[in-house]
Design a protein around this ligand. Sequence first.
Ligand SMILES: Cc1cc2nc3c(=O)[nH]c(=O)nc-3n(C[C@H](O)[C@H](O)[C@H](O)COP(=O)(O)O)c2cc1C
Length: 200
Amino acid sequence: MEKDKLNLPQDPLTLFHQWFELAVSAEPNDPDAMALATSTPDGHPVVRMILLKQADQRGFKFHSNEQSLKGRHLAMNPNAALCFHWKSLHMQVCVQGTVEIAPDSETDEYFATRPYERQIGAWASDQTRPLENREILEKKIKEFQKKYPPGTVPRPPRWVGYILNPRRIEFWWSHPHRLHDRFEYTREENGIWNLQRLYP
Ligand SMILES: Cc1cc2nc3c(=O)[nH]c(=O)nc-3n(C[C@H](O)[C@H](O)[C@H](O)COP(=O)(O)O)c2cc1C
């Protein structure tokens, strides 16, 4: 039987950007939202939504608090997975790989472009730690506003950029009768991507 000649780019990042562009034009909310799965040291998975900031040859970049649950997981086990679901397009992209922390200079530069309220929020929030009541958070916001007027807010050292370097990316596109298209890219040690079609 003749092998399927997939008319797809050799580099999955090219295909990702094509799909992401479609998502940006089609999704009413958060086309950049993705689920991030990490694991506890004894192998229990935990998943939550985050926002994609950038996707390039290094991988998929997002920002978070290094002391949050995900941050503590990633420090112990850098293996993680992402999943995008663009409901309006009936498309899904799943990514697996290894996460590393982005260079400080790059994250400083990006943090400086964030709206003032978000910069202050990053200082005031001990993400994922217990919070007795909302007033405590609001008090901390006021304190940090006093400490850092607009234009002077440094990046909290625990607020970091993460880059998930992919080793597998699967593109899923819904078809009638559950006979979906699935394309799997896997990366070899030498960086070459292999592409194959999967049963739905
Ligand atoms: C659409 C959406 C986007 C989000 N984006 C981020 C994000 O980019 N970074 C982040 O730290 N949390 C983000 N959150 C909050 C996370 O889902 C989560 O509550 C938080 O990061 C704490 O997770 P953890 O306790 O598992 O570390 C987002 C939530 C939603 C619903």
